[in-house]
Design a protein around this ligand. Structure first.
Ligand SMILES: Cc1cc2nc3c(=O)[nH]c(=O)nc-3n(C[C@H](O)[C@H](O)[C@H](O)COP(=O)(O)OP(=O)(O)OC[C@H]3O[C@@H](n4cnc5c(N)ncnc54)[C@H](O)[C@@H]3O)c2cc1C
Length: 314
């Protein structure tokens, strides 16, 4: 039987495949398609590979894992179960794969605000993360489409990259991925105003886009606000059906809950990468894939790694 079945060939799944294959484990990876950052031309803040295209990293990651014997199947998992005999994963074509351990590296799905223009420029002039895009969009007249504490935080954070920030709060219901605290409190408005950030409550109708670039935010009634960089706060949900199919416990924020050994609430099932944490980046996902792989390997050799075994710092 295959030692480890990895679902998802993003940075988390590919790094886990590399580590497990190099540890002599038989590994099968279900590759469901492009990484989450595929809409962006470049991956930034990736150690030694800043600016590389997501697809280039993806191909290299896969080739390197294959070089140590990991086997890839291009398919989408539709269901899964785990019991004392191991794990079984069903594919869309009806095939079933069995393994001793299952690692979910399935990422998250971004729920973008339903505002015309957002999807067109997503990953270029419409972004969510200043660490990924802030340098390229620096100095531009910038709008944050958001509200609540997350919107206030993002608007303030962006002052590190530009001194022209407007927080536009008039979004369609449920489209800002906010924390549920609607609008912007008076004291937050004052704090933002003191730092030069304007809060604009007019209802947003659309973005005026030209290809992948943004020209302006258009309000209901047709008034415009010039902006060539727009940040959104997408809601998220774990990607694909497996977390629900397996009945995995979630955190308060909705991520798949893992313990310090990257184990989920279901024995035999581990998880790593974006689906387990709000700290989401290529390199962080890859590191968590490494950690999960090491923990699974330790489990398979019958010697679960324990932090208690680690040396004590003096
Ligand atoms: C627009 C954008 C730009 C970004 N830019 C950067 C950046 O510059 N730098 C940076 O560090 N981070 C960036 N990120 C974040 C980065 O993309 C993620 O943190 C990273 O890709 C997470 O890796 P992952 O392996 O956890 O998940 P993912 O990359 O999402 O990979 C998960 C994989 O699992 C597959 N999958 C899911 N379910 C199934 C299933 N049921 N069956 C088979 N396959 C399945 C998916 O198809 C996907 O291929 C960006 C994100 C976005 C949205």
């Amino acid at each position: 039987m295959t030692d480890v079945l990895i679902v998802g060939a993003g940075p988390a799944g590919l790094e886990a495949a590399l580590v497990l294959a190099r540890a002599g484990r038989s590994v099968v990876v279900l590759d469901g398609g492009p990484w989450r950052n595929a809409p962006a031309a470049h991956s930034h803040n990736v150690f030694t590979r800043d600016g590389a295209a997501p697809d280039e990293l993806r191909q290299i990651g896969r080739q390197q894992a294959e070089g140590y014997g990991a086997r890839f199947i291009e398919a989408w998992a539709t269901g899964a179960e785990a019991d004392a005999d191991g794990v079984r994963v069903q594919l869309a074509d009806g095939t079933e794969l069995a393994a001793r351990r299952l690692l979910l590296a399935t990422g998250v799905e971004d729920l973008l605000p339903e505002i015309p223009g957002v999807v067109e420029a997503w990953g270029e002039a419409v972004a969510h993360c200043p660490y990924c895009h802030g340098h390229e969009l620096r100095g531009r007249p910038t709008v944050v489409l958001g509200s609540g504490e997350r919107g206030v935080h993002l608007a303030g954070l962006l002052l590190g990259w530009t001194d022209q920030v407007t927080l536009c709060t008039g979004l369609p219901d449920g489209s800002d991925g906010s924390d549920g605290s609607d609008g912007v409190a008076d004291d937050d408005r004052q704090r933002l105003a003191d730092r030069g950030v304007t809060v604009d409550d007019r209802p947003v109708a659309a973005l005026d886009v030209d290809g992948r670039e943004v020209r302006a935010v258009v309000f209901e009634g047709g008034e415009r606000l010039e902006a060539t960089a727009v940040y959104v706060q997408p809601g998220q949900r774990p990607r694909g059906p497996l977390p629900d199919a397996l009945g995995l416990e979630r955190t308060e924020l909705g991520h798949v809950r893992v313990d310090e050994r990257m184990r989920t609430s279901v024995p035999g099932v581990w998880a790593c990468g974006d689906t387990t944490t709000p700290m989401q980046a290529v390199q962080l996902a890859a590191s968590s894939g490494f950690a999960a792989a090491a923990m699974i390997n330790a489990d398979l050799v019958g010697h679960g790694a324990r932090y208690a075994d680690a040396p004590t710092l003096s």
